[in-house]
Design a protein around this ligand. Structure first.
Ligand code: ATP
Length: 547
């Protein structure tokens, strides 16, 4: 039997509905919710934890375990090896001095003396506006519906009603606050009076903690703001213990912490999050080719897991946007529904870091072009942050050439990718209910590989031996997949609940099943129902996951 669904005419996805589904169905909860929550911290619920694990497992399988290290992959200069690591969150404080995070990992912030709110300097936009013979610069957080915010603020300031919006005379386009000198004529996004914003101040994003019983500076350490440094400091350990030759990629998945000033947009900017990072060590002569290779390979990964190429871009950084260490960086960005039309948010950065990291951990020297010398040098004129002093160079045992490897770093966020998969999957269409009447349904079209539940098993009714057989089918499939058993309510309602959870298959045991050992298998996306033998269910699901 085929009951096809009808796509609703494509309309922009509503972030509020996605957030509400995530809470209702147990994908994501606010951390410490019963105490009012904690900004920038999120908990994954029963469905969310499965989805996130599946995202991480897909990445680990595709990038590390399942990686073909004997052949040359399309676009690659040569075969390469991949290994994994799992390093600590707290590391020797010197790591962060040599990496540059201690001195350079900060944002410039402006505070509002009136509203007591704090904003990132580079994330406030503003526009000059004149009325009643006075010209002011109204501001709003970039990316939101800026113009509406500007107008509301200006009307309030000039004490005008909205029907008099025409009397506001705008001058110039929206401009970043960083372009403005002196804030006397600036109206903060939540202020009623002019000039309440302070000059920008630096704010380090690393969370401090104390190790051991020492309470002074000696015990101060940091929660890692990225997983990458654990890989750099273990580069020699991995080489020596595996005896690999370069090129070699080392991968790590784990928690990172950043005391973000303005955590927002659901999990997109959190203070505690997970990263999936690869540091790829190669010969300097090949590094450009490897940079190209990784950009393409990582872009494809998202597409293979169901992100439409219409919603994904690879954006090359302009020269003035590059981090201090980077020779080239490209971001993979997704059109999140909370972004303004035509704007994208970063999922992953692929950076060509040259030899900056290994060199820093050897010599403790920061990059002179971006870090002022007075930060790098102590009073005695010697580099303040000593490196490890260890030789982290590589000697090729075939050619005997010794060099500092170059590094390509594909650095992805687990939470941002998971959020992108959730947003991409969210769909509303029309599908027939139990009585054949078309109804709107919400369906999460998650790729079967990452779907939290692979199949739900139902007895059609709760009698005549159907629950017993359905439970047997369920327990059997449970050995291979995360499956779900449900015997409550009308079967149509049970289908809808699974559609919202993103379950690719529903398996129903009915009267015929007891006679011929077959079940119906309903496809989430096509709504097609086919009869299959019970013993074939596992292979059908597996095929779908791999397809
Ligand atoms: P942004 O510019 O958005 O702050 P970034 O360029 O600082 O990000 P990277 O340091 O390159 O980010 O980190 C690599 C990846 O880690 C990002 O692409 C993103 O997916 C993830 N990530 C970074 N910061 C956060 C955060 N605060 N919350 C969630 N994920 C994050």
């Amino acid at each position: 039997m085929t009951n096809s669904s009808v796509e609703s005419p494509s309309k922009p996805k509503d972030m509020e509905q996605i957030v509400s589904l995530c809470k209702r169905r147990g994908f994501l909860f606010q951390s410490s919710e019963i105490y009012g929550g904690l900004q920038g911290f999120w908990d994954y619920g029963p469905l969310g934890v499965e989805l996130k694990r599946n995202v991480k497992e897909a990445w680990w399988q595709d990038m590390v375990r399942g990686h073909d290290d004997v052949n040359t992959l399309p676009g690659a200069p040569s075969p390469y090896a991949m290994e994994g690591l799992d390093c600590t969150i707290i590391m020797h404080p010197q790591v962060w001095k040599c990496s540059g995070h201690y001195d350079l990992f900060h944002d410039f912030m402006v505070d509002c003396r009136e509203s007591k709110k704090r904003y990132r300097h580079d994330q406030l936009n503003g526009r000059w506006v004149e009325a009643k013979d006075k010209k002011i610069f109204v501001t709003a957080p970039a990316g939101d519906d800026e113009q509406a915010h500007f107008e509301k603020q200006a009307l309030k300031f000039f004490n005008l009603r909205s029907k008099h919006a025409d009397s506001l005379s705008w001058d110039g386009d929206s401009t970043c606050l960083t372009e403005i000198d002196g804030f006397d004529q600036v109206l903060g996004p939540d202020a009623k009076t002019l000039g309440t914003l302070t000059e920008p101040r630096e704010f380090n994003l690393m969370f401090k903690t104390v190790v051991g019983a020492l309470s002074g500076e000696e015990g101060t350490s940091f929660l890692r703001p990225e997983t990458a440094q654990g890989i750099f400091v273990n580069f020699k350990n991995v080489l020596d213990s595996t005896r690999h030759r370069l090129p070699l990629g080392i991968a790590q998945i784990g928690k990172s912490f950043r005391n973000e000033i303005t955590p927002r947009n659901f999990t997109f900017r959190s203070r505690e999050f997970e990263q999936m990072e690869i540091e790829f060590f190669c010969h300097p002569n090949d590094s450009q080719a490897w940079y190209q290779f990784w950009r393409d390979r990582r872009m494809r990964w998202y597409q293979d897991l169901g992100i439409s190429s219409d919603n994904l871009i690879l954006r090359e950084h302009d020269k003035d946007e590059l981090s201090h260490y980077s020779i080239g960086t490209a971001d993979i960005e997704y059109a999140f529904p909370f972004m303004a039309e035509g704007e994208f948010g970063e999922l992953e950065g692929i950076a060509h870091r040259g030899d900056f990291d290994l060199r820093s951990h050897m010599e403790g020297k920061l990059d002179e072009k971006s870090c002022p010398l007075e930060v790098q040098l102590g009073d005695d004129g010697k580099p303040k942050w000593k490196g490890s002093g260890k030789d982290l160079n590589y000697r090729d045992d075939l050619t005997n050439e010794k060099y500092t490897p170059h590094v390509i770093e594909p650095s992805a966020g687990v939470d941002r990718s998971t959020l992108a998969f959730l947003c991409e999957a969210y769909n509303e269409d029309e599908a027939p209910d139990d009585k054949g009447k078309m109804q709107t349904r919400t369906v999460m079209r998650l790729h079967p590989r990452i779907a939290p539940i692979k199949a739900a098993v139902f007895p059609l009714v709760k009698k005549d031996g159907m629950p017993e057989l359905a439970k047997r089918v369920y327990l059997d499939l449970k050995k291979s997949f995360h499956v779900f058993y449900d015997e409550k309510g009308a079967v149509g309602r049970r289908y809808r609940r699974q559609d919202e959870a993103g379950t690719p298959y529903c398996i129903t045991v009915d009267g015929q099943s007891l006679d011929d050992n077959t079940v119906t298998l309903r496809d989430r996306d096509t709504l097609e129902q086919i009869r299959v033998k019970i013993e074939e269910c596992e292979s059908v699901i597996r095929e779908k996951m791999n397809g």
